[in-house]
Design a protein around this ligand. Structure first.
Ligand code: FMN
Length: 166
């Protein structure tokens, strides 16, 4: 069976975007970038304050209109930066809005982070997806700055995804 995958991601500063695009290219998947109606501040003190608070509170910010034709896909890969040891709130909105459509799909996830909270974020994402486990998962430290290291890990992730294709 050929996998039909979509990568649904949010990225504030380009790391998760870079990874989403690398995976898409590698396995021939579609991508869907989530954009909140009200953008999070991305500079200074506010950057960590508002995003962190929103993640801790489990906020579900409204998203700009997106098109997601779940029938086209058997696999969804969720991509997010780690925010306050959790995943970024736009993904929470998406998962909530598409809960029924996601139920039958195979699920995988990746997170980008600075130094800690990656495993917690992946666990929270797994739970939010109503999944017992993920088909593949990946955590990368600032891949925009460490692209050599990221490339190998992305490769392993894609291999696991295609090998675990049941
Ligand atoms: C609001 C906010 C909270 C963050 N919290 C964490 C954290 O708990 N742990 C961590 O390692 N990095 C944290 N970071 C850093 C990002 O996870 C990291 O820079 C990531 O690579 C950004 O991905 P992006 O470029 O796709 O937005 C945080 C960044 C922001 C903006």
């Amino acid at each position: 069976m050929i996998m039909n995958a979509v990568i649904v991601y949010y990225s504030m500063s380009g790391n998760s975007k870079l990874v989403a695009e690398a995976i898409a290219k590698r396995i021939g998947a579609d991508t869907l970038e989530l954009v909140p109606v009200k953008q999070y501040p991305d500079t200074g003190f506010k950057k960590y304050f508002w995003g962190g608070k929103s993640a801790i509170m489990g906020a579900k910010p409204a998203l700009q209109p997106y098109s997601f034709n779940a029938d086209k896909y058997d696999t969804v890969i969720i991509g997010s930066p780690v925010w306050a040891s959790s995943f970024a709130p736009p993904l929470r909105t998406f998962i909530e809005e598409q809960r029924e459509e996601l139920r039958r799909m195979r699920k995988a996830a990746f997170v980008c982070f600075m130094g800690s909270g990656d495993q917690k974020a992946l666990a929270k994402l797994t739970k939010a997806l109503d999944a017992d486990s993920l088909a593949a998962e990946l955590a990368l430290v600032e891949p925009k700055n460490k692209s050599g290291e990221a490339a190998k890990k992305i490769d392993d992730f894609c291999r696991r995804l295609t090998e675990n294709e049941a």
